[in-house]
Design a protein around this ligand. Structure first.
Ligand SMILES: C[S@@+](CC[C@H](N)C(=O)[O-])C[C@H]1O[C@@H](n2cnc3c(N)ncnc32)[C@H](O)[C@@H]1O
Length: 427
């Protein structure tokens, strides 16, 4: 998930779509860092796309089961060209493939795609991707800015469960313009509304630098105020200094909690996306859903996506290594994964054991963070199941997870119930 800014910059041309004609566009050029040529996919995009790849099938399957005619919508608010110049899939191409895969297995679901892209040449490439890959899926391309397209798309998707994917290169649209997404009806029977957005860490760091700079540009700070829905983030950042990593985490958490509140108390996942483990975050993917199923499924998808990302990095390392022969890295990667998973299962087992020592049964969904501990979003149901089985074998729990479909909602029962407190009258 880590991204090295310099390498990323070297491999792309930046900002050409924004002219230098006036101060306003200079500012936008600074903040947007628009990737114009979309040449080849980089490590952070591998993770971002793996999240889409793993989350779209359950999203389509689950939300489409109750929608009229099995219709579901995916809105790509900053779509890009659909495919990179080297032929790899971008979000557009990936989403079309997932929509077609779902149709081809006779799921009875139809994914409606709404793609927004404001850069002329990129729109042209996007249109070509759609023409050659949509295979009859309903697709609309909006050649304009996300802010102006979203109200129209909101109107079109009113009756569809919808996943909004907002993935700019720099600053997001102002919070005020995002709010209508969350004003879609919620509650029982309402079509789902879920949002996955890219909150740029590098842009935040650069803009926040103005807060303590003698040459601060107030307009730059005001743009961030608009994105965050107020100037609150400035004090949050300053309060955490000199620890800039803590300042960044606090602002991102503040943004996520405002998103949650705007959506009427939606649950939120935040994933930090880096070029490699140990590097600074390049951006955060923030996901919001009003449905517990959406949150659990997204956690499962994130865990799978992280595995694909680690595999990508391992393959890359092997390609860079003088000693890499053929597929020898695959065995090393599998061994390393097995070690990781073993450690997660051990930790989850300990966490479960601590909770079971309270002597009461519980559903993992209700104590998700305590059960997964530091592995939230990294480990998944498979590891929970292994930990549960281990506890059964050791006689710590009395019920088995075997055959249980929804392991997060199924009560896990301690072998030893809590001792009953004797009342005076019982003695
Ligand atoms: C990070 S790229 C998109 C990558 C793509 N979503 C993916 O996952 O493969 C961001 C795209 O947003 C476009 N863009 C920038 N500002 C925009 C805006 N205000 N409205 C719509 N598109 C915009 C850029 O031209 C660029 O193609």
């Amino acid at each position: 998930m880590r991204c090295l800014r310099e390498k990323w910059r070297d491999q792309h041309k930046w900002g050409n779509s924004v002219t230098d004609k006036n101060a306003e566009s200079n500012l936008e050029a600074n903040l947007m860092e628009s990737v114009v040529f979309h040449t080849a996919k980089q490590s952070p995009a591998v993770l971002k796309h793996a999240v889409l790849e793993t989350y779209l099938p359950p999203f389509i399957g689950k939300t489409g089961s109750t929608s009229s005619g099995g219709a579901i919508a995916f809105v790509d608010g900053y779509a890009g060209p659909g495919r990179y110049l080297d032929g790899q899939e971008g979000s557009g191409s990936l989403v079309l493939r997932k929509g077609n895969e779902s149709r081809s297995i006779g799921s009875g679901r139809t994914l409606h795609c709404f793609f927004v892209e404001q850069d002329g040449p990129t729109v042209q490439r996007l249109a070509e991707t759609v023409a050659s890959e949509s295979e009859g899926l309903p697709v609309e391309v909006f050649a304009e800015a996300a802010a102006s397209a979203l109200p129209k798309i909101l109107d079109r998707t009113r009756d569809f469960p919808t996943l909004f994917y907002l993935d700019p290169c720099g600053l997001l649209i102002p919070f005020e313009q995002m709010s209508p997404l969350f004003e879609r009806p919620g509650g029982l029977g309402a079509p789902a509304t879920e949002v996955l957005l890219n909150f740029s860490a590098t842009t935040l760091r650069r803009v926040a630098g103005h807060l303590s700079s003698p040459n601060r540009v107030e307009r730059t700070l005001t743009r961030m105020d608009e994105v965050c829905g107020g100037a609150w983030w400035r004090q949050v950042w300053l309060d955490a200094l000199p620890d800039k990593a803590a300042a960044e985490a606090a602002v991102v958490a503040g943004y996520a909690s405002r998103m949650s509140a705007a959506a009427g108390g939606a649950g939120v996942w935040t994933i930090d996306v880096r070029r490699k483990p140990g590097h600074m975050p390049l951006y955060y993917l923030i996901f919001a859903s009003r449905h517990p199923d959406g949150l659990v499924l997204f956690g499962e998808s994130t865990s799978l996506a992280l595995g694909k990302w680690r595999e990508y990095l391992a393959r890359l390392d092997a390609q860079d290594s003088l000693f890499a022969f053929g597929d020898a890295w695959v065995e090393d990667f599998k061994r390393a994964e097995a070690e990781l998973e073993k450690a997660w299962v051990q930790d989850i087992t300990l966490n479960l054991e601590a909770l079971l020592s309270e002597g009461r049964s519980f559903k993992v969904l209700m104590r998700y963070n305590e059960v997964f501990g530091e592995h939230v979003g990294v480990a998944r149901g498979k590891h929970l199941r292994a930990a549960w089985k281990d506890l059964l074998k050791r006689g710590v729990v009395r019920n088995s997870p075997v055959g249980v479909k929804d392991i997060f909602r199924h009560p896990i029962e301690p072998a030893e119930p809590a001792p009953t407190t004797l009342k005076f009258a019982d003695v």
